[in-house]
Design a protein. Structure first.
Length: 265
């Protein structure tokens, strides 16, 4: 979830509308993590918490902490009840004290700048032999993301956004492999997956990004300017993509896993 310090524009209901589609890459990421009975698990960017609970159970963790900067997401997570799992406000910039046996992050780190320094922090939070697993969207080339940048940079909204456009800090997958190696991860896997989400129409793409990348713009715009931005975004997106029903929405993601030296292999 977002870690930027603006008004909380996250909606658990909107984000959860595509829960099944968003869970698919999480399941692929979780499959990379080796069982860790009794482990201390940290989920960075836990969102509404359902996937945190799933990871806790799947890995056999004894203690799991989910952190997220969004009060709205944490309010939803607080409704969950699972022995050994708790949630608190936090972010990848200031990780809670470890060491942790597993640090997991699903679709959250693309909100955090400077990924080289970020991986150093995440590695430092691990115990010897600990595992790091993260999944980040790498879909900025898609019209659903490019259209938002175009609208934000246009004359109608550039000044109201203070010149802000959302640029992803996600690195090439090869760079993550190099960084994991240099940080002491004796074993690792880094891969790119393209997920095809068959949505009812292109209008559903608008709803998808309203629950993700467009939150960065909604958080910065005055409330009375947001409807106009959204309308302009829809107009620009529809000029870039065909009116297909159903609509094939492709989503590129990077999945990475590594295990530090010093523990069981």
């Amino acid at each position: 979830m977002a870690t930027e310090s603006f008004r909380d524009s996250w909606s658990p209901a909107r984000y959860g509308r595509f829960a099944a589609e968003r869970a698919a890459p999480f399941d692929d990421l979780l499959a990379l993590v080796e069982p860790a009975p009794g482990a201390r698990l940290l989920d960075v960017g836990c969102g509404p918490g359902e996937l945190t609970v799933r990871a806790h159970r799947a890995l056999g963790a004894s203690e799991t902490l989910g952190i997220d900067p969004s009060p709205a997401m944490l309010e939803r997570a607080a409704e969950l009840s699972e022995p050994g799992v708790r949630f608190e406000q936090g972010s990848a910039e200031r990780l809670p004290a470890g060491p942790w046996d597993v640090v997991l992050s699903n679709a959250a780190l693309h909100w955090v700048p400077e990924h080289e320094a970020l991986l150093v922090r995440l590695a430092a939070a691990l115990a010897p032999g600990g595992q790091l697993a993260f999944q980040v969207p790498a879909n900025d080339h898609h019209p659903s993301h490019a259209a938002a940048r175009e609208v934000a940079a246009g004359p109608e909204f550039r000044e109201r956004l203070g010149g802000f456009t959302r640029e992803s800090p996600v690195l090439p997958p090869e760079r993550y492999a190099e960084l994991l190696h240099r940080l002491g991860f004796a074993r690792q896997r880094v891969r790119v997956e393209v997920y095809l989400h068959v949505l009812p129409s292109r209008e559903d793409v608008v709803e998808w990004v309203r629950g993700s990348v467009l939150t960065a713009y909604e958080a910065r715009l005055p409330a009375d300017a947001w409807p106009a931005f959204l309308a302009r975004y829809r107009e620009r997106l529809f000029a870039l993509v065909p009116d297909e029903r159903p609509f094939p929405y492709t989503y590129r993601r990077v999945l990475a896993w590594g295990r530090l030296a010093g523990g069981a292999t």
